[in-house]
Design a protein around this ligand. Sequence first.
Ligand code: TXA
Ligand code: MG
Length: 343
Amino acid sequence: MDTKIITNPSEQDIDMLARALRNGELVSIPTETVYGLGANGLDPEAMDKIYAAKGRPSDNPLILHVPNSESIKPLVTEVSSTAQALMDSFWPGPLTITLPKSDLVPDRATGGLPRVALRCPDHDGCRVLLQRAGVPIAAPSANISGRPSPTTAQDVYNDMNGRISYILDAGPCTIGVESTVVEVHDDKVIILRPGGITKAQLETVVSTVEYDTALVGAETKPKAPGMKYTHYAPDAPMTVVVGTPESVANTFNELSKGIEGPIGCLVSHETYELIKDDSRFMCHCFGHHGDALALGHDFYKSLLHFNENRVTLILAEGVNDDGFGVAIMNRMEKASGHHIIYK
Ligand code: TXA
Ligand code: MG
């Protein structure tokens, strides 16, 4: 199969993509977080193709994408006032909510779980396509399972060429890190995966917001099945260092002793100024020291860039584990296999 990239789509293109999705084909869709690998979320055979294309473990459920909050009604048994408040505040946006599923949702979408994950992306082109498709679109990130997530159409193409029919190219994703996944109860919300919406933001709407115990270090099984797998991993070994620009630079120098380049370094401008004279370092500057949003935007992109350049080692500067930094450090922890040094 040839994978066709569609840029600047005409009305006819959008109709054609909507039809392809309804008919069970795979179409990569842009969102504000990362590119998704879309299939008809009511069609188990179409969703089987997602698992095959990604090499995804079959117990890992999919997020169903919808154009607005009204569209979730047939997919769930009930919309509680807490769920409604969350949708009113954060949709469209990078918040995925899980609610008890209705019979309309195939078990294939939820990996047999009783809840379905739902998300309305903050991306106009994506929502137009979802509206035209007229069915919920199941879409995991459009990468081969285990690899960094794609934030451009080219990234999708590099992993998925020959495996899917179309990629709708809408330029780079604005956020660059996946949505926050929450389990919604009547009186509280449990964060299963940190992401684009922070705990503090959720607390402005729901009084009790907790992290899933599996996220805070306890040896328990995560409630989001996907959180237990190796994820986002670059080809080279990776270490993350959190500290001042001086301590990050010193630690990079220590860690790179005796190692031949190229060494991929994901750093702030401030740290870059301290290490730029070492010719082994292939530096990608994300922005200013401590800027979690900027780091999130460039994180997957830089890992894929380092893969292309076959670096021998990746050294990355982390950020504080608060606010949006929680999501970044969660991804960095997984990508590095928990190699994080706090200075
Ligand atoms: O930003 C995003 O969420 C992107 C874009 C494409 O929308 N999608 C995405 O999908 O990251 P994926 O499949 O890569 O990650 C979905 C996460 C996994 O950790 C999965 O286990 C969890 O959500 N999940 C899905 N359905 C669930 C459910 N019913 N209960 C608990 N966790 C669920
Ligand atoms: Mg993913």
